[in-house]
Design a protein around this ligand. Sequence first.
Ligand code: KG4
Ligand code: ZN
Length: 337
Amino acid sequence: MRVLALESSCDESAAAVLDEHRGLLAHELFSQVELHRIYGGVVPELASRDHVQRLLPLVRQVLAQAGGERVDGIAYTAGPGLIGALLTGAALARSLAFAWDVPALGVHHLEGHLLAPLLEPDPPPFPHVALLVSGGHTLLIEVSGIGRYRELGASRDDAAGEAFDKTAKLLGLGYPGGPQLAQLAGSGRTGAFNFPRPMLDRPGLEFSFSGLKTAVLHAVQGRELTPALRADIARGVEDAIVDTLIGKSLRALEETDLQVLVVSGGVSANRTLRERLRVAVGARGARVYYPRIEFSTDNAAMIAVAGLARLKAGEHDTLAIGARAQWPLASLTAVGA
Ligand code: KG4
Ligand code: ZN
């Protein structure tokens, strides 16, 4: 089976073709970063309008790269995300599926992130613990198979990506803040600022990152933000977030007695997190798996992985065009169940 996949849940338009036997045949992405930059964040209506213009050319491009052969199904991100943006992908996917007389399936964006590491040459085995850290979610999940997800812990307030983005804003960095803050942290001194490691001192697998914003606000208030000071604060923020994510991930491995950790979602592109987790997880005799950096952040290849698994099992949608801004991961069903 070969599937075409579309991603349009936020500010990235993407398309990919994945073949059951030959693997990933093509994947392309258009980032809207430049479009939203002057507003300091994603403007939903602008995002939707841009997806409408970008998606079809991206589809043409990946189909041509994949050799122009027909596809047997179409997967698209149906949620969670910006509803207008999601609907542009849903409408295109369903229309193409109708025209080509193939099944279409709406995929859960976070299931895409969870399954992205399966695209790598050395994919993680099941069962494993997944740390899913994106712009909107921070979750620890026990993954016993595709569609078999048990939530172990989540953030009570801001997601890790949000914490990166909001503190970056306080430091006067532009959108998207996470990668810029991470880069700045590289030249800062560890320990110059000791921000709280939220919830790390308490039992359980919950996170809370909203206090970090306040701590950073206090650190910058009434001070002249010199480049050196900004770098030290950025270092302090990154260290606090990374320490918290590592502490809770190790605790999740311990509590589930599992030896495999998978880290995905936009924040998993963070190199400090990757390196420090590799050491910490290795020290307890376990292994950590990541998607390649370009599939850590939003992309269509990961939607193709989730879509292929489910379309192959016979799942498909009706002809109605729909999407869901909110969609609990726990409501997904096991594949082939
Ligand atoms: O998964 P993703 O691309 O989109 C969502 O589904 O939300 O995640 C985006 C998030 C943003 O908060 C962004 O700042 C963060 O991932 N991010 C990073 C890095 N790259 C992306 N955070 C820290 N360090 C990075 N290198
Ligand atoms: Zn995402």
